[in-house]
Write a protein that binds this ligand. Structure first.
Ligand SMILES: *[C@@H]1O[C@H](CO)[C@@H](O)[C@H](O)[C@H]1NC(C)=O
Length: 489
C-alpha cells in the first residue's frame, strides 16, 4: 500500500517536472526566436507575413531588408536616368555617388541604361556597352537644361524600344516635365523639411556678431513649395526612414507612391581587411601603438561640424592629459579645417584628400569613425562605409542617422550638436576603451551587411523599376513584378 502510494506520488512528480521542462523550453524557444536577433526601431516587422507574398507598393519599411534573388533579372529594362552631375571620381556628393553606385550595378546586371547629365571635360568612360551617356551643357544656375534634356530623352525614347522607366535623382528632371510620366521614380537626397533641423543648429551656433540668418523663415516657405510640387512625381524613393515618414505625413504623398530604399555602398570595397590596415599605417607613418584611433573624413567645412569637433578636441586635450596621450586622431579630406586640425599637436594627423582605395584603407586603420555633420539631409555615405568596414560610429543626433543608420547605442555613440554633448561622448568613448569599441564595431558591420550594401540597394531598385514599368503598361499578367516573394537562399 505504502509503496504503491509512493509510486503514484513519484509518477505525478515526474509529470510536474516534465511539464516544467516543457514550459521552460517553450519559454526559451520564445526567447531565442524573439530576443536573440536584435530588433531595432524602424526595422520591419514581418510578423506572420514572413513567408507569404505581399504587394511591395504597400510595404512601409526599407526594402533593403528584404531578400531578392541574385539571379539575373527575368527581363532587361531600358532605363532613363536624369542626374545633375555624374561624378568624375569617387569624391562626390551623396546624390552623385548614389547615381554612380546604383546605375553601374544595374548596367552590370544587364539593363540598358541611358544617363542624361551635364557635360564636362574628360568625362569618364566605362567598358559597358549597355551604359550610354547623353551629355548637355548645364544652365548658369548649374541645373540640367530641361528643354534640351527633354528633347534628348524623347529622341532616345523613339529609337528602338521606349523607356520602361525614368529615374531622376532629386529634381534632375523637374516636375514641369516629370508630371506627364507615370513610369517615373524620383530619389530624394535631402528635402527642405529635413533641412530645418540644420537651420536651427546653425542659428543656435551663430556668434552674437553675425547677423541673424533668413534661412529659417525662407526654408519654411520652401517646404510649402515642395509640398505643392512633389506630388507631380509619380513614385518617390526615400533614402531614409525619416524622409519616408515626412513624404507621407508632411508632403501628403499617398503611401503606395512612397518607397523606402536606403543608400548602399560597395561591400567589395568597404570591408574589414587586415592587409589594408598595415599598408595604410606604413604609407602614412602611423606608429604601432595602443592609442585609440579616431578617424574623421569628408569635406572639412563648417556645416560638416568641424568647428565643433575642433573645439571639442582642443578643450579635452587641455583638460585631460591621459586622453591626449592615449588618443590619435586621423583626419582625411580637404577643406579649410584641415590646416586647423594640424595645429592641435602631434597626435592629430591631417592626411589631406584620399582616393577611394585609400579611404577603404583609412577605415581599416581607425578604431572609431567620427562624423560631426550638421547637415540633416539625405543619408550620409561615409557612415555606411565605416559600418561595412566594421567600425563603430560617433555621429550627430540627426533624424536620418538615429532613425536609420545608428538606431541604438550598440553600434556607436551619438551626440547633440553642442560642445558639451560632444565632449561628453568623447570622454565616454575613452572610458569605454577598445574592448567595448570593438564590440560595437561588430554590431555595426552586421547591420551594414543587412541593410547598406550596394547589392541590396540595386536589387531593391531593380524590383521597384520592374514593378513601375509593369504597372504603367497595365500588364495584369505580370503583376508578380510588384509582389514580394521571399527569396530563400
Ligand atoms: C516614350 O514613348 C512612349 C510610346 O510612344 C510614350 O508612351 C512615353 O510617354 C514616352 N516616354 C517619354 C519619357 O517620353
Amino acid at each position: 500500500m505504502a509503496s504503491s502510494q509512493a509510486s503514484v506520488f513519484s509518477v505525478r512528480r515526474l509529470c510536474w517536472i516534465l511539464l516544467a521542462l516543457c514550459a521552460l523550453s517553450s519559454i526559451s524557444f520564445l526567447f531565442w526566436s524573439h530576443c536573440s536577433v536584435p530588433r531595432h526601431a524602424g526595422d520591419e516587422e514581418l510578423g506572420n507575413q514572413q513567408n507569404q507574398p505581399f504587394n511591395l507598393l504597400s510595404y512601409s519599411y526599407a526594402w533593403n531588408q528584404l531578400s531578392f534573388s541574385h539571379k539575373p533579372p527575368g527581363k532587361f529594362l531600358k532605363i532613363a536616368v536624369c542626374v545633375k552631375k555624374w561624378p568624375h571620381q569617387s569624391h562626390a556628393g551623396g546624390l552623385e555617388r548614389h547615381a554612380l553606385t546604383l546605375h553601374l550595378a544595374l548596367a552590370r546586371r544587364g539593363h540598358e541604361i541611358h544617363i542624361f547629365t551635364a557635360s564636362y571635360p574628360s568625362f569618364p568612360k566605362y567598358p559597358l556597352s549597355n551604359l550610354h551617356f547623353h551629355l548637355s551643357k548645364p544652365t548658369a544656375a548649374g541645373y540640367l537644361d530641361q528643354a534640351l534634356v527633354w528633347k534628348q530623352l524623347q529622341a532616345v525614347n523613339a529609337t528602338g524600344r521606349s523607356f520602361d522607366v525614368v529615374h531622376t535623382e532629386s529634381v534632375g528632371l523637374m516636375h514641369t516635365r516629370a508630371r506627364s510620366l507615370d513610369n517615373l521614380a524620383v530619389s530624394w537626397h535631402g528635402i527642405a523639411y529635413e533641412t530645418i533641423h540644420s537651420d536651427i543648429i546653425q542659428e543656435l551656433t551663430r556668434s552674437p556678431e553675425e547677423p541673424q540668418s533668413q534661412a529659417l523663415t525662407q526654408r519654411v516657405m520652401k517646404v510649402v513649395d515642395e509640398v505643392r510640387f512633389f506630388p507631380r512625381y509619380a513614385h518617390h524613393v526615400a533614402t531614409s526612414n525619416h524622409a519616408g515618414d515626412i513624404l507621407k505625413r508632411i508632403y501628403m504623398i499617398p503611401e503606395d507612391r512612397v518607397h523606402i530604399i536606403l543608400n548602399g555602398v560597395d561591400e567589395e570595397v568597404f570591408k574589414p581587411d587586415p592587409a589594408k590596415l598595415l599598408d595604410f599605417k606604413q604609407k602614412f607613418g602611423i606608429p604601432e601603438s595602443n592609442s585609440l584611433i579616431l578617424g574623421i573624413a569628408g569635406r572639412l567645412v563648417r556645416d560638416k561640424g568641424h568647428p565643433l569637433m575642433f573645439e571639442a578636441l582642443k578643450q579635452i586635450f587641455m583638460e585631460d592629459n591621459a586622453f591626449k596621450e592615449g588618443v590619435l586622431v586621423i583626419v582625411a579630406g580637404d577643406g579649410p579645417w584641415g590646416a586647423k586640425y594640424r595645429t592641435l599637436g602631434s597626435n592629430v594627423l591631417a592626411l589631406g584628400p584620399l582616393d577611394q582605395d585609400q579611404v577603404a584603407r583609412f577605415y581599416n586603420a581607425i578604431d572609431l569613425f567620427v562624423n560631426p555633420t550638421l547637415r540633416a539631409q539625405g543619408l550620409d555615405h561615409t557612415l555606411l562605409e565605416a559600418m561595412l568596414s566594421g567600425k563603430p560610429l560617433v555621429a550627430t543626433r540627426l533624424a536620418s542617422i538615429t532613425g536609420t543608420v545608428m538606431v541604438s547605442n550598440e553600434m556607436g555613440y551619438t551626440f547633440s550638436p553642442t560642445l558639451a554633448s560632444l565632449k561628453d561622448v568623447l570622454r565616454r568613448i575613452w572610458k569605454d576603451g577598445k574592448g567595448i569599441v570593438e564590440m560595437k564595431g561588430r554590431v555595426a558591420r552586421e547591420r551594414g551587411l543587412k541593410l547598406f550594401t550596394a547589392s541590396k540597394m540595386a536589387a531593391a531598385y531593380e524590383k521597384l523599376f520592374l514593378c513601375i514599368s509593369t504597372m504603367s503598361k497595365g500588364d495584369r499578367d505580370d503583376d508578380d513584378d510588384c509582389r514580394y516573394q521571399p527569396y530563400l537562399n
